[in-house]
Design a protein around this ligand. Structure first.
Ligand code: GDP
Length: 196
């Protein structure tokens, strides 16, 4: 995918503040520090479009970006930071659920997991919730540069078993080496192509 333009549009908390929904949208989600911002930046070939290494768990916003004037990317706030009070967790749940349930142009949720970690309870809860709401998902296993190829394949299979998906449905990715970038773009473009 040739990225010609990638621009920050706005941050929002409530649906009232979202930008208009005229182009297909892809939302990125994962626990804090999983590498979500790095993944978005790698996809769009920008160093700092999505902000990396924020204080994990800080109350965050939903950030909207416009790519090539025809795809919208949404950076959903990360979850699962242990030291966040439960009131903040509740706020996170409401903010993200409102978005996922109500966004008409949402075509795909990119769920990001660390290849080196077992999926957390929050990961699996979110996946179940997305399945229940029949929202299209793709799974990305990031930071694969930390592993040898054989170790990567073993982890990929194990995480697939834990999530109940075929390992083919898990896209290995690295923001460091850009491994998997083209594969992920193919899935995104497919999901965003006009519905026939
Ligand atoms: P976010 O909180 O999910 O947005 O995570 P960030 O993108 O800020 O990344 C968290 C940390 O992981 C940073 O120190 C990144 O440099 C590092 N990181 C992210 N992606 C990769 C990757 O693919 N490989 C390696 N080795 N490190 C990564």
């Amino acid at each position: 995918m040739k990225v010609i333009s990638a621009e920050f549009v706005k941050s929002a908390v409530r649906p009232f503040d979202y930008p208009d929904d005229s182009v297909p949208e892809v939302a990125f989600v994962g626990r804090s520090n999983v590498g979500k911002s790095s993944l978005i930046n790698t996809l769009v070939n920008r160093k700092k479009l999505a902000k990396t290494s924020n204080t994990p768990g800080r109350t965050q916003l939903i950030n909207f970006f416009m790519i090539n004037d025809n795809i919208s990317f949404v950076d959903l706030p990360g979850y699962g930071y242990a030291r966040v009070p439960s009131s903040v967790k509740k706020g996170w749940g409401k903010m993200v659920e409102d978005y996922l349930e109500g966004r008409k142009n949402l075509r795909l949720v990119v769920m990001i997991l660390d290849i080196r970690r077992d999926p957390s309870e929050e990961d699996t809860q979110l996946i179940q919730w997305l399945r229940m709401n029949t929202i299209a998902m793709v799974f990305v296993l990031t930071k694969v540069d930390k592993y040898s190829r054989s170790r990567m394949n073993v982890s990929r299979r194990m995480i697939g078993e834990q999530l109940g998906v075929l390992s083919d449905e898990l896209i290995p990715f690295s923001a460091k080496t850009r491994y998997g970038r083209d594969d992920l773009w193919r899935v995104i473009e497919d999901a965003c192509s006009p519905v026939s």
